[in-house]
Design a protein around this ligand. Structure first.
Ligand code: BT5
Length: 258
């Protein structure tokens, strides 16, 4: 039997329960960013669901140009999407990806993963994953990073306090290939739900939301404090301030708990 840490395309394809996601699936030892590889494939007319996995990313990135630490043992995945929803609903792609990844992580581990607006995955108050959606002409690439078997020592010291991994929480490695299959399956389901019923997708997201009802600090050019009340139909965060409710869009700002 293969090590739980290995990542083999054939083993993932065998038993894959999806219709489109992960078909085809490309697995690399090392790439700069799986989102870059998926973007090239999308530009070459790759089908929706085409997926890219890498053992290691040498230039993994988060939102707003931030760095994403991507050592061996993590699930670094990108999926080509061709959304059939209006552009105004495209921000919900990240919610679908985060929800799918959370449901998959929980199914494989028995943990209860939380979702922090906009698209972070958390467990025990620490970040275990994140989502980066990048749009192109007629397509989007959804990148999912999930600290599966990442050692806490591999996360930089300032980050180690705020971040952890599934293996560190469970004190045993997770089956990375099984996790990859499950993320593809659950993400396909949540993506299909977005197309069928966007409000239902958001309700599923809200059930896991760790941000709502909490005091938050909105970082950015015009930072401010308030209480996160809800997300609207387009995924924007509604923050109550003394001056009224302000609408915060994921692309513009990030959120800090206070
Ligand atoms: C994210 O950005 O959380 C989106 C991360 C998406 C990564 C995936 S991996 C596959 C695909 N290919 C890519 O190149 N990217 C995607 P953001 O919300 O901006 O969070 C970034 C911040 O998270 C950093 O500034 C660090 O503070 C923290 N961070 C970096 N690496 C981390 C890690 N491995 N685990 C937890 N936190 C991390």
């Amino acid at each position: 039997m293969a090590s739980p840490r290995s990542l083999r395309a054939g083993a993932i394809e065998t038993g894959l329960r999806t219709h489109r996601f992960g078909r085809p699936l490309f697995v690399y030892d090392s790439v700069a960013s799986t989102n870059d590889v998926a973007r090239v494939l999308a530009e070459q007319n790759a089908h929706e669901g085409t997926a890219v996995l890498a053992q290691v990313q040498t230039a993994g990135r988060g939102r707003l140009g931030r760095r994403w630490i991507s050592p061996a043992g993590g699930l670094w995945l990108s999926v080509v999407l061709r959304p059939a929803v209006p552009l105004t609903a495209w921000p919900l792609l990240g919610f679908a990806a985060a929800l799918g990844a959370a449901e998959a992580a929980d199914g494989v581990t028995g943990l209860r993963t939380g979702l922090k607006w906009p698209n972070d995955l958390t467990a025990g108050g620490r970040k275990i994953g994140g989502v980066l959606v990048e749009a192109g002409a007629g397509y989007a690439v959804a990148g999912i990073g999930l600290n599966a078997n990442v050692a806490e020592d591999d996360l930089d010291p300032p980050l180690a306090e705020a971040a952890t991994s599934l293996a560190a929480l469970l004190e045993r490695p997770v089956d990375l290939e099984g996790l990859a299959q499950e993320v593809l399956y659950q993400f396909e389901r949540s993506y299909d739900l977005l197309h069928a019923d966007g409000p239902a997708l958001l309700d599923r997201w809200r059930e896991r939301a760790v941000t709502l009802g909490r005091a938050v600090r909105i970082a950015g050019a015009e930072g401010f404090d308030g209480v996160a009340e809800n997300v609207d139909d387009y995924g924007a965060l509604m923050v109550r301030t003394p001056d009224g409710v302000r609408r915060v869009v994921a692309g513009d700002v990030s959120l800090r708990d206070i």
